[in-house]
Design a protein around this ligand. Structure first.
Ligand SMILES: Cc1cc2nc3c(=O)[nH]c(=O)nc-3n(C[C@H](O)[C@H](O)[C@H](O)COP(=O)(O)OP(=O)(O)OC[C@H]3O[C@@H](n4cnc5c(N)ncnc54)[C@H](O)[C@@H]3O)c2cc1C
Length: 487
C-alpha cells in the first residue's frame, strides 16, 4: 500500500480530523462563480485573474486587515538556465517535488511578475536584487525582485505592496473582498462537487457558494502547534514563529477527502528572530564556539543554529572594523536577508539591531554580556585570526575574501536566531492546482494555491532562488484561475 495522508488513511490523532461543531443555519449567504478562501498573496492573485477572465469572484478573508511581511519575489528570468535551475531545485528538495508544478513555476514566473507589476498601471516597479546572485558559492540563481512604489498611489513596498496592488485591482474589476469571514468546512453538492464553504462572517454563521470553484488559499499551518507536532515537527525548533496561519485550508481539504502531502511538511526558516541580520562574520553558539560556514543560505544557517545547544540564537562576533568589513564584503557576499541593504549607515544598522547588539572593550567582557564562556570566545577569536592570516578557512570552508579578524577593540556581538516563516505542505494538486483525492482523482470544484497546496517544496526551502515562496504563489495562482475559467 502506498504512503498517503487523507481521511481514508490511518488517522494521525489530530483534532482537525473530526468535523467542527455545526453552527446552525447560515445568517449570511453569498454566491459568485468563484469563492476564494484567504486574501493573502496567492488568494488575491487567483481572485484578480478570475475577475480578469470574466468570472464573478468573492474572497473570504479571516482578518480585518491585510497582513504581509515577505519582502522579495523570486522569478526565473527570461534567458535563465532553466534546466540548471530545475536540477538544483530537485536536488535541494530531495527529488521529491512535483516536476509539473516546478516547470510551470520556471516557465511562467517571469510573465507572472510582469502581470503583477502591470496591475499597478505604472505606479510600481520590480527591481532585481542583483546582490543575491551567488551561483558559484551557494548555487543561488538570480531572479529575486523587490517591489517598490512609483509616485504616491501606493504606500507600501515588497510583499505588502503586492497585496495593495492586488486589492486595488480586485476592487477595480468588481470582485469582492469580504473581511472577518472565517471558512470552517467545505461542502459538496449531491454530485460530489465542492460548491461552498460554511463558516462565520463577523461571528454569524455563513455560507459562501462558488458555482464554478472554491479555491483554498488560507496559507500555511505554522501557527497551529498541534499540526506542527504531527506534520512538521522540525518547525517547532525555531525560537520565533513568524507565521500567522493555522492550517485551516489543509484541515478543510483533509475533511472533504483530499490527499495531503504524505511525509513531513517543509519548514521555511529565516534568521531574523533577534537582529534582522545574521551577517557573514564569525558566529558562535552558546558555548562560545564557532559551528558553521557563515557564508551559506539563510535557511542553512538557521538550521545549523538550531542544532546547537539551546539552538534559539547565535552571536555574530566582530570588532571595531565591522562596518568597513561589511561594506567591503558586500561585493563578495550577498543575500538581502542576511545582510543589510546597501546604503544603510552604521548608525542605522545599529539602531535596527537595538538591544541585540552588544559592545565591550574586551572579549572577556563581551562574553559575559552575551552569556558565553569567556575562555571559549577568546579561543574562537584566536583561531579565527589564525585562519584569516593563513587566508584559508580550514575549519568550515568560508571563502577567503570573507575571513575577518577579531582583534581591534571595541568588540561587538550581534544576536541572531532562527525563525519559522511558514510551512510548505498541503493538498496534493496537479499543475492546474486541482485538488486530488487518494484515488488520484481530482475533487470536482476544488483548487488549492500558495502554502495550502503541496508538492513544490517537499523537504525545505531550496534557496536556489530567494523569494520563491511568493514567486511560485503568484505564478501558480494564475494557473489556477486559468484552469477554473477554462472549465
Ligand atoms: C517574516 C517573514 C518573511 C518572509 N519573507 C519572504 C520573502 O521575502 N519572500 C518570499 O517569497 N516569501 C517570504 N515569506 C513567506 C511568504 O510570506 C509566504 O510564503 C506567502 O505569504 C504565502 O502566501 P499564501 O497566500 O499561501 O498565504 P498568506 O499570504 O499567509 O495568506 C493566507 C491568508 O488566508 C487567510 N486565512 C487563513 N485561514 C482562513 C480561513 N479559515 N478563512 C478565511 N481566510 C483565512 C489569512 O488570514 C491570510 O490572509 C516570509 C514570511 C515571513 C513570516
Amino acid at each position: 500500500m502506498r504512503f498517503s495522508y487523507s481521511n481514508r488513511s490511518k488517522p494521525r490523532g489530530g483534532s482537525w480530523e473530526s468535523a467542527p461543531e455545526v453552527l446552525g443555519e447560515p445568517a449570511v449567504t453569498r454566491e459568485a462563480d468563484v469563492v476564494v478562501i484567504g486574501g493573502g498573496i496567492s488568494g488575491l492573485t487567483a481572485a484578480v485573474h478570475c475577475a480578469q477572465l470574466g468570472l464573478s469572484v468573492i474572497v473570504a478573508e479571516k482578518r480585518a486587515e491585510s497582513v504581509h511581511r515577505g519582502r522579495y519575489i523570486g522569478i526565473v528570468p527570461k534567458g535563465a538556465d532553466k534546466k540548471l535551475f530545475a536540477k538544483r531545485w530537485l536536488r535541494a528538495c530531495g527529488s521529491r517535488v512535483n516536476e509539473e508544478l516546478l516547470w510551470k513555476y520556471i516557465d511562467r514566473s517571469a510573465s507572472a511578475l510582469d502581470w503583477l507589476v502591470g496591475l499597478a498601471e505604472g505606479s510600481a516597479e520590480a527591481v532585481p536584487c542583483e546582490n543575491i546572485f551567488r551561483e558559484k558559492e551557494i548555487g543561488a540563481m538570480p531572479g529575486d525582485h523587490f517591489l517598490r512604489p512609483v509616485g504616491d498611489r501606493y504606500r507600501s513596498e515588497g510583499g505588502a505592496l503586492a497585496l495593495e496592488i492586488l486589492e486595488d485591482a480586485l476592487a477595480r474589476l468588481g470582485g469582492a473582498l469580504c473581511r472577518d469571514v472565517t471558512a470552517m468546512e467545505l461542502e459538496k453538492d449531491e454530485t460530489g462537487r465542492v460548491v461552498s464553504f460554511f463558516g462565520t462572517a463577523s461571528g454569524m454563521p455563513c455560507r459562501f457558494t462558488g458555482r464554478k470553484a472554491v479555491i483554498l488559499a488560507a496559507g500555511d499551518c505554522g501557527r497551529d502547534e498541534e499540526m506542527l507536532e504531527r506534520l512538521s515537527p522540525l518547525s517547532l525548533k525555531a525560537g520565533k514563529n513568524g507565521s500567522r496561519n493555522t492550517g485551516d485550508g489543509q484541515k478543510m481539504a483533509y475533511r472533504i477527502g483530499a490527499e495531503l502531502d504524505g511525509l513531513y511538511w517543509a519548514p521555511y526558516f529565516g534568521c531574523g528572530a533577534f537582529s534582522p541580520y545574521s551577517f557573514y562574520f564569525t558566529s558562535v553558539n552558546r558555548d562560545g564556539r564557532r559551528f558553521m560556514n557563515e557564508d551559506t543560505s539563510e535557511t542553512a544557517k538557521a538550521r545549523h543554529c538550531m542544532n546547537q545547544r539551546g539552538g534559539d540564537c547565535a552571536f555574530a562576533i566582530c570588532d571595531d572594523k565591522w562596518y568597513d568589513e561589511l561594506c567591503a564584503g558586500r561585493s563578495v557576499t550577498g543575500g538581502p536577508s542576511t545582510m543589510p541593504e546597501p546604503g544603510l549607515t552604521r548608525g542605522e544598522i545599529e539602531a535596527e539591531c537595538g538591544e541585540n547588539m552588544f559592545r565591550a572593550d574586551t572579549l572577556e567582557e563581551l562574553a559575559e554580556m552575551i552569556g558565553v564562556p569567556a575562555d571559549a570566545l577568546v579561543k574562537t577569536a584566536a583561531r579565527v585570526n589564525e585562519l584569516a592570516a593563513a587566508g584559508e578557512d580550514a575549519d568550515y570552508g568560508k571563502r577567503p575574501a570573507l575571513l575577518t579578524t577579531i582583534e581591534r577593540a571595541p568588540f561587538f556581538a550581534f544576536r541572531w536566531g532562527p525563525e519559522l516563516r511558514c510551512t510548505f505542505g498541503g493538498a496534493v494538486v496537479d499543475a492546474d492546482m486541482r485538488v486530488y483525492d487518494p484515488d488520484d482523482e481530482p475533487i470536482p470544484g476544488l483548487y488549492a494555491v500558495g502554502c495550502c497546496a503541496g508538492g513544490l517544496f517537499a523537504v525545505g526551502y531550496p534557496s536556489v532562488l530567494a523569494g520563491s515562496a511568493m514567486g511560485s504563489a503568484v505564478t501558480l495562482a494564475l494557473a489556477a484561475a486559468e484552469a477554473v475559467a477554462a472549465k
